[in-house]
Ligand binder design. Structure first.
Ligand SMILES: Cc1ncc(COP(=O)(O)O)c(C=O)c1O
Length: 434
């Protein structure tokens, strides 16, 4: 990224004045000062600047007695976010019938605004939900389909979303067609071709991941949405992993529907998600929990879920501020650098197969690696039992391996340690008991 556009990103995050917060502003101040000190560097250079990331690592409360390389599950929040959640919980408890029912809910609107700025859309197109599962179930259950209509998705889309379609199929007789994509895919063209071939005259909906959780593969959403439009097909994008891991705006993906978790790469409190529905699509989409008719064209109809804690949603404001203070571009560059760092080391080892493309367009923080001839689940146990390193086994019909996902708080030392243990396993095999 050009220096000028990085500066623009920085400016967008911080305005002309210093960022601070009611919560742990000292930490945020450190992050901001560090970011200012690298303001003249390109995002790629910042991504490799260890002095800078050492400052960012201090902003987290993660434990260093273990090495967590499974940030694909969900991510720890910076301290400032956790402090905010706790504080909002205290406020709720003051007098719930006033603080929870009346005082706090209006502040959701500024969080909606903040998310809309990050995603580059109208706030009236954003619903705050509990996670990607809820966002995507609203979409998959809320759209009108009749028996014989077809939904297509890949064999690598997320299990819960496929289960949702399967339930509609059993209940209402819709047809669900799964198709395979290459692992790894090295070009957009091969992926677009796969979707093109899967479309039939009965296809009404495409469900697609922006980034496959099993391998970190990034898919060309914009091109597939354009293709779908030619066939009058609607596309529902599972952005559980893409949002705030790498940089894009709504117009870069061009989708009508998008669902994501915010407790993944935005590092917002656990139990937060975002549903994006294009303005003119809101009215015809049914909410999961009933809302009054007068709310038919109001995005807030998807938030009619009964009594719930406001704390995670409100503290999402702090997560947005943290994300903007670092900047989306340097964060993406750092995450890709960390993936490249360990993957390049392991690729030197015989019998190692990477199921993720190293093409920067095709992957970012997440990648999956196989040591041929060694059972991934046994490796997971060994990494944890002997070294307290958290990695996750992927056992899919089409491939298997360990999914490795560092985060911006991960140190290079931690990745070196992981690579050393991996290399040791490759050389000597796993001990019999592992
Ligand atoms: C691709 C994908 N979609 C959806 C989800 C569901 O996310 P959540 O459990 O936060 O609802 C996940 C979770 O890992 C995922 O990887």
């Amino acid at each position: 990224m050009e220096r000028r556009s990085f500066l623009k990103t920085l400016g967008a995050g911080m305005g002309v004045y210093s960022v601070s917060s009611l919560f742990d502003s000292a930490t945020l101040g450190r992050v901001e000062a560090a970011t200012r000190s690298v303001a003249t560097q390109s995002a790629i250079d910042v991504g490799q600047n260890e002095t800078y990331w050492r400052e960012i690592q201090q902003a987290f409360s993660v434990s260093r007695r273990m090495i967590n390389l499974n940030n694909g599950y969900c991510c720890p929040s910076p301290r400032i976010v956790t402090d905010a959640v706790v504080d909002y919980i205290w406020q709720q408890e003051e007098a719930p019938s006033y603080t929870l029912a009346r005082l706090l809910p209006p502040f959701r609107e500024s969080v909606r605004q903040g998310l809309a700025r990050v995603f580059g859309c109208d706030p009236e197109e954003i619903a705050l939900v509990r996670n990607a599962s809820e966002a995507l179930e609203i979409l998959l259950f809320g759209i009108e389909l009749k028996s014989g209509d077809e939904v297509i998705t890949t064999t690598q889309d997320y299990g819960r979303m496929r289960t949702t379609l399967d339930q509609r199929s059993r209940r209402e007789g819709i047809d669900v067609t799964l198709f395979k994509i290459p692992t790894p895919a090295e070009s957009d063209e091969v992926l677009i071709e796969g979707f093109k071939n899967a479309i039939t005259p009965r296809t009404k909906i495409i469900l697609m991941s922006h980034q496959i959780n099993l391998t970190g593969q990034i898919l060309p959403v914009k091109e597939i949405c354009a293709l779908a439009r030619e066939h009058d097909i609607e596309v529902m994008v599972d952005g559980a992993h893409s949002f705030c891991q790498f940089e894009f705006k709504q117009e870069d993906v061009g989708c009508d529907y998008f669902g994501t978790s915010l407790h993944k790469w935005l590092m917002a409190p656990k139990g937060t998600g975002l549903l994006y529905v294009k303005r003119d699509k809101i009215e015809k989409l049914w909410p999961l929990m009933a809302a009054p008719e007068r709310m038919d064209d109001n995005i807030r109809k998807f938030e009619e879920i009964g009594t719930h804690s406001e704390a995670p949603y409100l503290a999402t404001g702090e997560a947005i501020t943290f994300h903007n203070t670092i900047g989306a571009a340097p964060k993406e560059a750092r995450l890709r650098y960390l993936k490249d760092y360990w993957a390049k080391k392991l690729m030197e080892i015989p019998k190692v197969r990477l199921h993720t493309s190293m093409n920067p367009k095709m992957s970012c923080a997440i990648a999956t690696v196989e040591l041929e001839g060694t059972e991934p689940s046994a490796m997971v146990s060994y990494f944890w039992d002997k070294h307290k390193i958290i990695v996750v086994a992927i056992n899919h019909d089409e491939f298997r391996g360990l999914r490795i996902t560092p985060n911006i708080y991960t140190t290079l030392d931690e990745l070196d340690y992981f690579c050393d243990v991996f290399e040791h396993i490759a050389k000597t095999g796993l001990p019999k008991s592992a």
